[in-house]
Design a binder for this molecule. Structure first.
Ligand SMILES: NC(=O)c1ccc[n+]([C@@H]2O[C@H](COP(=O)([O-])OP(=O)(O)OC[C@H]3O[C@@H](n4cnc5c(N)ncnc54)[C@H](OP(=O)(O)O)[C@@H]3O)[C@@H](O)[C@H]2O)c1
Length: 304
């Protein structure tokens, strides 16, 4: 039987990829504030305020019933969130609670996408003293408003729908549609001809091409509720990612030098180290997401 899955944020970078990668046993119904851009799959329900219980109940009546929800909608402007925390909280936390309540009422799973920004970036050390990737049960401690609001969303969703909420934390996301780091680097290399990129923040760049199938698996699986880390394998700095992007784009000759975060002050503090240990999700799916380097190669090879 075909499972009808509501995908929120369906016009966004991740949501549009989710709509393109619907498994054969599912049908996706997309919702977002706005219609999809050119070349992206159409969004079925536009302009729904997910932080409003009545609006979500109406969505459920008119487009449902749904057999699950993948919640990709979010307030993602990390720096702007510093001055708009109330709005970010409404989108990132209240909407999670509203959707979790709706899913609990219907008895269906909710996959809510979250972020590495719930961690402080100080890292956790293993027995040998080396910093290891964050595990799901490592204590969160967000450094800035965006991470605070996303953590609040995680907690509310788990509280409202304790048996059916699966939080999927990801990081350093990029994909064929939307604004992202590899695209910005390639554009800047062509426009400026020389670049400086920070090399003291480390994480795992994760492509929506790899993440979307993992989220589909997570909503379809008979998986325990709780937190799952969902990121490509390995760890690198933004500088490493810039160099690799230039290589893949045939721009390796463009000068690119490392620099420090302190040289580029931004309103929101970022975690210095935020690699995520995705072993729990890998055990569920029977495979890991690709390494960040291989996934980057695939992304450029696909002409994205
Ligand atoms: N991008 C990253 O590096 C990254 C890293 C870790 C985790 N994540 C998480 O991954 C998920 C997807 O991120 P993304 O990069 O694909 O984000 P995105 O491209 O910004 O997509 C999010 C979508 O949600 C929509 N939205 C905003 N407020 C809404 C509301 N009140 N009701 C309904 N829809 C609303 C946005 O519409 P507008 O554009 O019109 O506002 C946008 O289309 C988010 O949960 C994000 O927190 C992202």
């Amino acid at each position: 039987m075909t499972r009808r899955i509501l995908v929120t944020g369906a016009a966004g970078m991740l949501g549009s990829e989710l709509l393109l990668r619907v498994p054969s046993d599912c049908a996706a119904i997309g919702t977002d504030l706005r219609a999809a851009g050119a070349g992206a799959p159409a969004v079925a329900a536009v302009g729904i305020d997910l932080a409003d219980d009545a609006a979500v109940a109406k969505l459920w009546r008119e487009h449902g019933p749904f057999d699950g929800v993948i919640h990709g909608a979010a307030y993602t402007a990390v720096d702007q969130a510093e001055t708009e925390e109330a709005l970010a909280l409404r989108v990132n936390a209240t909407a999670c609670a509203v959707l979790a309540r709706a899913c609990a009422r219907a008895g269906v799973p909710l996959v809510a996408v979250s972020t590495d920004f719930v961690f402080d970036g100080e890292g956790v050390r293993d027995a040998s003293g080396a910093v290891r990737p964050y595990r799901e049960d490592d204590p969160p401690r967000p450094l800035a408003a965006y991470g605070r609001t996303k953590l609040a969303g995680e907690l509310l969703a788990l509280a409202e729908h304790p048996r059916g909420t699966r939080i999927a934390r990801t990081q350093w996301l990029y994909g064929p549609r939307g604004k992202h780091f590899p695209g910005t680097i390639v554009r800047a290399a062509k426009e400026k001809g020389a670049l400086r990129v920070v090399d003291d923040q480390r994480g795992a760049p994760t492509t929506t091409l790899e993440l979307a199938p993992a989220l589909w698996d997570l909503v379809r699986a008979d998986a325990p509720s709780g937190i799952y880390h969902a990121a490509c394998e390995g760890v690198c700095s933004w500088y490493d990612l810039a160099k690799a992007s230039l290589e893949e784009a045939g721009l390796a000759h463009v000068p690119c030098d490392p620099c420090k975060t302190a040289e580029f002050p931004r309103p929101a503090k970022r975690p210095a180290y935020s690699a995520l240990d995705a072993g729990k999700l890998a055990a569920l799916r029977g495979r890991r997401l690709k390494s960040w380097r291989e996934a980057l190669r695939d992304f450029f090879a696909a002409g994205a």
